[in-house]
Ligand binder design. Sequence first.
Ligand SMILES: Cc1ncc(COP(=O)(O)O)c(C=O)c1O
Length: 370
Amino acid sequence: MIPLFKVPMSDEAPAAVAEVVGSGQIGQGAKVVEFEEALAARIGNPRVATVNSATAGLQLALRLVAGDDDGQGEVLSTPLTMEATNWAILANRLRIKWVDVDPATLNVDLDDLARKITPRTRAIMVVHFAGYPVDLDRLAAILDDAEAAFGSRITVIEDCAHAWGATYRGAPIGTHGNISVFSFQAIKHLTTGDGGALALPTDELHERARLLRWFGIDRSADRLRNPPDVPEWGYKFHMTDINASIGLANLAKADEVVARHRDNAAFYDRELAGVPGLELTERAGDRQSSFWIYPMKVDDRDGFLKRMDAAGIMASNVHERNDLHTCVREYAALLPGLERVARRVVCVPVGWWVTDEQRGHIVDTIKEGW
Ligand SMILES: Cc1ncc(COP(=O)(O)O)c(C=O)c1O
């Protein structure tokens, strides 16, 4: 079976972990600092704060911008994502307002988003689905208009869990003035085992993120002789040196990993264009996807999945729409764009492990029909 996901682990990682485990310092320490500096250099944003998952990072990001809410605050978000994106809204006791999905990109539909901003909007969550960047300049223009209309600037949180290595208008994701949250979970392009990071737009938000990820306590203070006050309570969301050492080892090969995802995706783009019953997603010239997954829209998805299974190819939609879950029933909305794609999205293996021969087999199988 050609797997849909595989853990990209550097040969250097076991020795790096052994060194930390034997060092007597396994919590948050020097390796976390070193990993954050390496991430900052790679992203091109000095304000990076690691955490123990993107799930924690998203929850913390929302707390930073919309934590003091009156119970009426709404967060605009996409239903086509991993539940982690949206449960972060619930964890902050905020209300979800679903924005429709653009069938061309599978990202949030920016026309619908613009229509749904109100004075109750506390933040906007966007997901770069599959690693394909949302049109961030257009989103910024929508926020300019909303600011002119309602008098305050709404913060955007970019869920970059799929998007390590993606660029928008020549600059890496994580540098466009929003809060960006990355995932280093097991099967992402860059893994720390489990982990995540926030890339922040201001020094003030960076400092608060660093405090709130560890109870709100200032770790740089002399806690024994001069215990610091905690003005704002925080969580236990920090990364450990064990995870950071895995991340440092894997960072060295992350560009190679992303490049192979892109190369396989370019092959599918060339070979699958025009195949009957199958529609590819948008490719705009001003952004580069990281292709964590390769989503397509197919007719008769059940038939497609059976055909792939019979040919030894793992395929899946990867994420179920979130809006139909019982726990978010009260936020139900009409989402015609999502309705058009929800039962047609399917992903085939695209990652660094897929060989030339395997991708040829995948293309031949699809071209034979299902
Ligand atoms: C879009 C999206 N957001 C958030 C997450 C959560 O990431 P983590 O497992 O690091 O908490 C995932 C995980 O796959 C994801 O796909």
